[in-house]
Design a binder for this molecule. Structure first.
Ligand code: NAD
Length: 361
């Protein structure tokens, strides 16, 4: 298979971690008989430095022409970088918002998986973490409260602010379909999270999710109120497979789920549109404090590349091979600095990439 991938190395540690993910993808191509065709584009600070804007129309066109986008991360030190003296629409993050909008990426996926070898970093009680967990938060990314009408007014000398939360049934249906499709590639369970005891938008959400569920009789569906879900994530995370939810609830719950893994350098993510196209990137930022030192952990980006193989290319065997390589390297005791513990072997970013690539079978 020929895979056309646009890469956005970006800023900070971005170029280092994308290089290692490519190393692993190249090895996958060799072992499984695929051809990777890469094209690099600039985004964020790297694009500002060259073009004066965080994302050009040409770069957007290149991304649209690809099968998938693999990104490192963008942005600099927000206190010291000259990029943050620019108006907000010209800062690095504006490039990310623009590409998400242009590519119509409405579904954000963030897996949270507890590796046995890293269980000590999990902030939960040992009796809870012992059971392990392997869940994926599917968050609606382009609707809801963050995109509704808002205003601040003054009434009788009192300031008053409004934000509106709206979803139409089509927006809910398309994310629900994604959630059920992805549950089929995992453990066949969807927990739909809402606040249906209070919000109309949540009652519609629940009704539409139930309609979509009719088409997926092989997937178990349950509904959970968001406040309960926030508690269950720390009480019994092993119960979850796919958590399907709207934009703001997903924003909060995905950070909570990330935190319980305890390892920022291990967290992958994907943003998908309604085709097989997706943008894959680690959940962490550009870590300017450690950029250029060959100490960044490339695993989150490598795991994002595995998601790309699975969700954009339906190459499940190849995605499994990458995920197994990560497990194997951890089992053998190799660690970058961020996940290091006594008795392990400390390696840099490049060496971690080499070890992972060597273990693709
Ligand atoms: P960050 O995630 O970059 O870093 C937080 C801490 O985690 C730092 O100490 C960093 O060294 C460490 N860290 C992060 N990734 C690591 C890795 N792979 N290996 C080892 N250590 C790692 O968050 P921040 O410092 O708040 O943000 C830095 C910049 O990144 C900002 O400009 C921010 O806007 C940007 N950012 C970009 C994205 C994105 O591109 N999607 C996401 C979040 C933040």
């Amino acid at each position: 298979m020929e895979l056309h991938i646009v890469c956005i190395p970006g800023d900070g540690i971005g170029p280092e971690i994308v290089a290692e993910a490519r190393k692993v993808l190249d090895r996958v191509a060799k072992v499984y008989g695929h051809t990777m065709v890469y094209k690099d584009i600039l985004m964020g600070g790297a694009s500002i430095d060259v073009h004066g804007v965080p994302l050009t129309q040409e770069a957007i066109a290149d991304a649209k022409a690809a099968d998938a986008v693999l990104m490192g991360s963008i942005g600099g030190d927000t206190n010291t970088s000259p990029w943050y003296k620019l108006p907000p629409n010209l800062r690095p993050e504006a490039g990310l918002l623009k590409i998400r909008k242009e590519l119509q990426l409405f579904a954000n996926l963030r897996p949270a998986y507890l590796y046995e070898e890293l269980a000590a970093a999990c902030p939960l009680k040992e009796e809870i973490s012992r059971a392990g967990f392997d869940m994926l938060i599917m968050r609606e990314l382009t609707g809801g409260l963050y995109f509704g009408e808002r205003k601040t007014v003054e009434e009788n000398g009192v300031r008053k602010a409004y934000d509106t939360l709206t979803y139409d049934e089509n927006e809910i249906r398309r994310i629900a379909v994604k959630g059920f499709e992805i549950a089929r590639k995992r453990k066949h369970k969807v927990t739909s999270v809402d606040k249906a005891n209070v919000l109309d938008s949540s009652r519609l959400w629940r009704a539409v999710v139930n309609e979509v569920a009719q088409d997926y009789p092989d997937v178990e569906v349950e509904h959970m109120l968001v406040d309960n879900c926030a508690m269950q994530l720390v009480k019994d995370p092993a119960q979850f497979d796919v958590i399907l939810t709207e934009n703001m609830f997903g924003d909060i719950l995905s950070d909570e789920a990330s935190m319980v893994t305890g390892s920022i350098g291990m967290l992958s993510s994907a943003s998908l549109n309604d085709t097989k196209f997706g943008l894959y990137e680690p959940s962490h930022g550009s870590a300017p404090d450690i950029a250029g030192k060959d100490i960044a952990n490339p695993i989150a980006t490598v795991l994002s590349a595995a998601m790309m193989l699975r969700y954009s290319f339906d190459l499940d065997k190849e995605a499994d091979a990458v995920e197994n390589a990560v497990k194997q390297v951890l089992k053998e005791g190799y660690r970058t600095g961020d996940i290091f513990s006594d008795g392990c072997v400390r390696v840099g970013c490049r060496q971690m990439g080499d070890l992972l690539a060597e273990r693709i079978v």
